[in-house]
Design a protein around this ligand. Structure first.
Ligand code: ZN
Length: 256
């Protein structure tokens, strides 16, 4: 049984911790800072076994050096492709790799270029349970900005995520849910799943709680970027196919 824990850092980031029930080793994803994670590990008597990096933006890696000092034996997985000529130290991942991490937990690396060209996602699976750490590729009700890749690359990356089992638990790095749902509501005013999810997300945020993680099944019902193959939606926004609609929505969202 995999447990997923969100540690809020910076303005709206999460470091995700994945832990096997009854084990004291944990995997941490995208450490933009180190202090909050170190405190959590000490308080809960946990050991850091792996650090996974989805891409090389500062808010995903700035805690790495400090964490490596405290946990020199933790294995670090990083994107293989260099970022502005720089490479991170660690096991280089291009997508397609499979590792065994913790007891009976498999980790699949998936290449998801778009937000950056080197972006990878990490799929953890154990006993038919799936957890995807997707960085800045998919957000709840949204998707990452295209800093380096093309709309087509990001569209293909989202298709890969959308092809996973519907019960997959998604762990994006940012808490953008309410703003994304406000956009989704304008894109698809008649979709009741959006209205319901917006109410739920607002109630959680008022209590200071994360709206994440979410399941792929939930996201399929209200995330416009996963709904581009919907013929009605293509017609409403006069786009010929799913890729055109995706491109149109991504551009629109940049200025929303
Ligand atoms: Zn980023």
């Amino acid at each position: 049984m995999l447990q997923v824990i969100a540690i809020p850092i910076l303005q709206d980031n999460y470091i995700w911790l994945i832990r096997q029930a009854e084990h004291n080793k944990v995997i941490a994803v995208d450490p933009g800072t180190s202090q909050e994670l170190l405190r959590y590990l000490t308080e809960h008597n946990l050991q850091l076994s792996h650090l996974l990096i989805t891409h090389q933006h500062g808010d995903h890696i700035d805690g790495l050096d400090e964490l490596k000092k405290h946990w020199p034996d933790a294995e670090v997985l990083v994107p293989a492709l260099p970022f502005h000529g720089e490479k991170l130290k660690g096991t280089a991942c291009r997508g397609g790799e499979i590792f065994n991490v913790m007891a009976e937990v498999a980790l699949h690396v998936i290449a998801v270029p778009g937000h950056t060209l080197n972006h990878v996602a990490y799929l953890l699976s154990a006993n038919n349970q799936f957890v995807l750490c997707c960085g800045d590729t998919l957000f709840s009700a949204g998707c990452g900005r295209l800093f380096e890749g093309t709309a087509e690359q990001m569209f293909d990356s989202l298709q890969k995520i959308n092809a996973l089992p519907e019960e997959t638990i998604l762990c994006p790095t940012h808490e953008y849910t309410v703003a994304n749902l406000n956009f989704a509501r304008v894109v698809e005013p008649d979709n009741l799943a959006i209205v319901k999810q917006l109410e739920k997300a607002k109630a959680l945020r008022i209590q200071g709680l994360p709206t994440l993680p979410v399941t792929l099944a939930e996201e399929r019902s209200y995330n416009p970027f996963l709904r581009c193959d919907n013929a009605e939606l293509q017609q409403r926004w006069q786009q010929e196919n799913a890729l055109n609609l995706f491109s149109f929505l991504r551009n629109w969202k940049n200025n929303f």
